[in-house]
Design a protein around this ligand. Structure first.
Ligand code: D5M
Ligand code: FE
Ligand code: ZN
Length: 692
């Protein structure tokens, strides 16, 4: 490749006159690395004739007009001087040289010196910049100064690039040039071949491909494809066009007294998926078929579900003794028995409803007559949920049921011992930081409120006793979650989204413990259960002193009260399977889940479920409170003593939600009285939420 091409490849330009000057020595007198180093030391990309002349003379090559006799001649001035200077410079003090040099040089040079110095910082070595001037014979003190500077330079054309070895006298690290290259036979020094061991060489680091400040130039080509100019590419803007709230500091209001500070902490994460030890099935041998393992995994998963549900259903005394499906053939046809199974399928028939269930011992069809009131439960039973039936076995592989038992929760809740003092928890979900629909102002107002900026005595009392905060997923908006999301992102970087959230949440007073779990927008496993946020993304959250990361789902015990926390994606499945359910009444759907004692009963629909060997989505013990989010609508209900609440969102309606007709209720904060696990108040900040 020719000199022009090589230079262009490295983003350097050469003028025609410089080309004619240099090309005659290219390869023999100098190599590409030397030239690039030289240009770099001048802080330029354009190799013009002046630079070419200077370069050649720095190498001791006489500058000749192309038409001159091409015999290579020795430099006109004393190389010895140069060498002396070089060696004397080893002990020299660099800084003043730069200053001296700058002050004595022309403006252009000053700039180049500066840029060379800049580049030296980038490159991690010290460079003084300007190499020898071509008119060495006119040497003045000033120029010697320049020579000095030059000789001291890391990658200089006299020194080797190493200060310690820049004394050419000892030959250390210097590569003597073949005498034949120089007409007068004087031993010259030249820089080490940069491609061979010089750590500051362009070939190693690639730094020389730029102008020294790490910015690659853009070459502008003329109509004939000839490079005519270069423009420096815009330096990537350090400052982001969006805020990550790094300067948001909300201090507790002076004189505001927090009662909660004096109330003893009493919390425990009693269930977290991360703490469940799974035994992953293994292939029998290396040749074990993948398919076999998958079947094994699913079978384990459903067996676990059945086992857990059986335990729950057995607690209901109305169900009575349950027998295995496989043992049905041993019972009398008029005997009243109960069976239980996972619902494989269900359908309406002419006379009623038909289910197919399996319990691990066998599969059977179960029929319920339409005239039976019980048959209405047909609609509440989601595919893959586990239910029990009481009735008679026909003997022909059909079970006639007259009772249907959903796992359900007991009608009455056991009273828990009262607390000494009122203590409150606030419940949030679906903050969606990073979305341009995130109700930033409302959230900031909420933070101020938490810091004691309240409107009246009543609010003061509430704020003062808030000791816990639970966030049930979708804490950030994430990236690429739904089609067209990018257009609705204010913070298009997932790391920055978590950074932004952490910057907001660090304004939550420290005595308030925050439990934070993931949702489907978060950087976490998509399939349920979600063990937690991926470490590398949620690091800023984890750094918050008063934050506790939880899984989805999780059970947080506050002062002896169990708060079941789930993001609630399966509400979507409930809405699509159970008649008369709606995104706008999520608490009803949550009751359905509670009745089925499962957080995501249906396999293979909207909610991906990981076939872990243990089903951790079973609601094994009855909580005092069940919190979910996801649907962005706040609603609450009490069912058999359990308080169910969907905690809404902090995101105004997105374009996507507009399309699917979801109307969110953002910026409302439910305050829960921990003692009763019931709602104490809802504080609304939606007037600060734009687009609502
Ligand atoms: O969910 C916010 C709301 O949007 C929630 O009600 C579900 C709904 N949603 C989300 N994705 C879909 C799809 N693909 N179809 C229908 N409805 C959907 P969030 O998790 O915050 O995006
Ligand atoms: Fe959400
Ligand atoms: Zn969600």
């Amino acid at each position: 490749m020719g000199l022009v091409e090589e230079l262009m490849k490295n983003n350097y330009l050469i003028t025609p006159s410089a080309f004619y000057l240099l090309n005659q020595y290219y390869g023999e007198g100098f190599n590409l690395g030397q030239l690039i180093k030289f240009a770099k030391s001048r802080g330029t990309f354009v190799i013009d004739s002046k630079l070419a002349e200077d370069f050649l003379s720095s190498l001791g090559l006489r500058v000749k007009l192309p038409l001159e006799d091409s015999t290579i001649s020795a430099p006109e001035t004393g190389t010895e001087d140069e060498l002396d200077i070089a060696s004397s410079e080893v002990t020299g003090d660099l800084e003043p040289q730069i200053g001296e040099k700058s002050s004595n040089s022309q403006v252009v040079l000053e700039e180049s010196v500066e840029s060379a110095f800049e580049s030296s910082k980038v490159g991690g070595y010290i460079s003084t910049g300007e190499p020898l001037l071509s008119g060495a014979e006119e040497s003045s003190d000033n120029e010697i100064g320049e020579e000095e500077a030059m000789s001291f330079e890391g990658g200089s054309f006299i020194s080797t690039g190493e200060v310690e070895t820049s004394d050419p006298g000892d030959g250390g690290g210097l590569e003597p040039v073949d005498e034949g290259s120089f007409a007068d036979g004087e031993t010259q020094t030249r820089p080490l071949d940069v491609s061979n061991g010089d750590s500051s060489g362009y070939a190693d680091s690639g730094e020389y491909y730029g102008n020294g400040n790490g910015v690659k130039p853009k070459i502008v080509y003329g109509d004939y494809g000839v490079p005519i100019a270069y423009v420096e590419e815009e330096v990537p803007v350090e400052e982001k066009s969006y805020s990550v709230y790094s300067d948001l500091v909300i201090k507790p209001k002076e004189g505001f007294s927090y009662r909660a500070r004096d109330i003893k902490d009493d919390w425990d994460v009693v269930f977290d998926v991360k703490n469940v030890k799974f035994e992953v099935p293994k292939a029998k041998n290396a040749a074990g078929k993948e398919g076999e393992i998958i079947v094994q995994v699913y079978s384990k998963y459903f067996k676990s579900r059945l086992r857990k549900m059986k335990r729950i259903i057995r607690e209901n005394p109305e169900v009575g003794g349950i027998i295995d499906i496989a043992k049905l053939s041993y019972v009398q046809t008029d005997e009243d028995v109960a069976i239980l199974g996972l619902v494989n399928s269900k359908r309406e028939t002419k006379k009623g409803y038909m289910f197919e269930i399996e319990d691990g011992t066998g599969t059977i069809k179960v029929f319920v007559n339409r005239n039976n009131e019980e048959s209405k439960k047909f609609f509440q039973i989601m595919p893959d949920s586990v239910v029990a039936f009481r009735g008679r076995y026909s003997g022909r592989n059909i079970f006639f049921a007259d009772k249907i038992f959903l796992p359900d929760v007991p009608k009455f809740k056991r009273e828990k011992p009262p607390l000494e003092e009122k203590v409150y928890a606030i419940l949030l979900s679906d903050i969606h930081v990073g979305s341009n629909k995130f109700c930033e102002k409302a959230f900031e107002r909420f933070l101020e409120w938490l810091n004691g900026d309240v409107n009246n005595k009543k609010e003061e009392e509430l704020v003062s006793r808030i000791k816990y905060m639970i966030i049930a997923g979708d804490v950030v908006d994430g990236i690429g979650i739904y089609p067209g999301q990018y257009n609705e992102l204010e913070i298009p970087d997932i790391f920055d989204q978590y950074e932004a959230l952490a910057n907001l949440l660090r304004n939550v007073p420290e005595h308030i413990t925050m439990f934070i779990g993931p949702g489907n927008h978060d950087a976490a496993r998509t399939a349920l259960p979600q063990p937690g946020f991926y470490d590398e993304y949620a690091r800023p959250l984890k750094k918050l002193k008063n934050a506790v990361m939880i899984s989805n789902p999780a059970v947080v015990r506050l002062h002896g009260r169990d708060f079941l926390v789930a993001h609630g994606r399966s509400i979507e499945d409930v809405v699509s399977f159970i008649p008369n359910r709606s995104h706008h009444r999520p608490a009803e759907a949550m009751v359905d889940l509670l009745k089925l004692r499962h957080l995501a009963p249906t396999f293979g629909e909207k909610v991906p479920i990981a076939p872990d060997p243990e089903d951790t989505l079973v609601i094994e013990s009855v909580p005092d409170l069940f919190q979910a989010g996801h649907v962005h609508v706040m609603e609450y209900k009490i069912y058999n003593g359990v308080f169910l609440i969907n905690t809404g969102t902090w995101q105004a309606q997105t374009e996507f939600q507009k399309m699917v007709n979801i109307v969110p209720t953002p910026a409302r904060v439910p305050i829960i009285d921990v003692e009763t696990a019931r709602l104490r108040a809802v504080v609304r900040f939606d007037q600060f939420c734009e687009g609502v």
